[in-house]
Write a protein that binds this ligand. Structure first.
Ligand SMILES: [Ca+2]
Length: 254
């Protein structure tokens, strides 16, 4: 009972007791939690903030602002790994011809080819005879044959070794010709002729070496024969003979 206050008591109740000595002042109590009303307002504010943030994010996503200026170029990155080899490309156009190279070594000899046609050069035929032939009238002593491919000219050359038996007091005369006739011993511009005067002493081995040539026209291709003929036009006798001779025929095409 505080001073100044009245204390009613009821009958039969306990007498008033002396109040106990005052207790020491209690130590300050730890901070008590806020009243329940303040805690509720804080939660509501937090929820409102979260909702506002969500609305802001939705606004950012749904309604983005204008694009900002392009930023500065970044630093070049490290070189990447080499990629796989690509497919082979199409062939390019041919290049220009190169310069001529050096001459190569000489090759081996080839096989012999077939004989070619007769050329424009001369053809030649040859006849040689060593034979004792008595001269009786006009005597053929040698001949040469030549085959020509076309018209042209044939030149015939002849040399001979002749033996003449001479008796003093008689003339011996030998004539030789080249002709297409084996019986022709005609005197003419192409004949060869030599005499032994009658005053010369007798001799059975008078050697004569005539040299003749004559020109013949041939009208076309073919085989032609030319003859060397001899005749004693004076002093014909048993000892007058042909011993040997050569003939050459050369063809010249037109
Ligand atoms: Ca004679």
């Amino acid at each position: 009972m505080y001073e100044g206050e009245s204390q009613s008591s009821e009958p039969g109740s306990m007498p008033p007791q002396t109040p106990p000595p005052a207790a020491p002042a209690p130590a300050p109590a730890p901070s008590a939690p806020p009243p329940a009303q303040s805690h509720g307002r804080a939660n509501a504010a937090l929820v409102a903030a979260v909702i506002a943030l969500a609305i802001a994010l939705i606004g950012i996503v749904a309604f983005p602002g204008p694009e900002g200026p392009e930023g500065p170029q970044g630093v070049e990155g490290a070189e990447g790994d080499e990629g796989p080899e690509g497919d082979e490309g199409a062939d390019g156009a041919d290049g220009a011809d190169g310069s001529t190279g050096p001459q190569g070594p000489q090759g081996a000899d080839g096989p012999v080819g077939p004989q070619g046609p007769v050329g424009p050069g001369a053809l030649m035929s040859y006849a040689n005879i060593t034979s004792t032939i008595d001269l009786v009238d006009c005597t053929n002593v040698n001949q040469v044959t030549i085959t020509v491919p076309q018209a042209g000219k044939v030149v015939v050359y002849a040399t001979a070794y002749m033996k003449v038996d001479h008796t003093v007091g008689q003339v011996d005369g030998l004539r030789m010709v080249v002709d297409t006739d084996p019986t022709a011993c005609t005197f003419g511009p192409n004949h060869w002729q030599q005499d032994i005067p009658s005053s010369y002493p007798s001799d059975t081995w008078n050697r004569m070496t005539p040299m003749l040539f004559n020109l013949f026209e041939v009208n076309g291709a073919g085989t032609y024969t030319f003859y060397l003929n001899a005749r004693m036009y004076y002093g014909e006798g048993a000892g007058d003979q042909h011993r040997s001779s050569n003939m050459f025929a050369v063809f010249y095409p037109s």
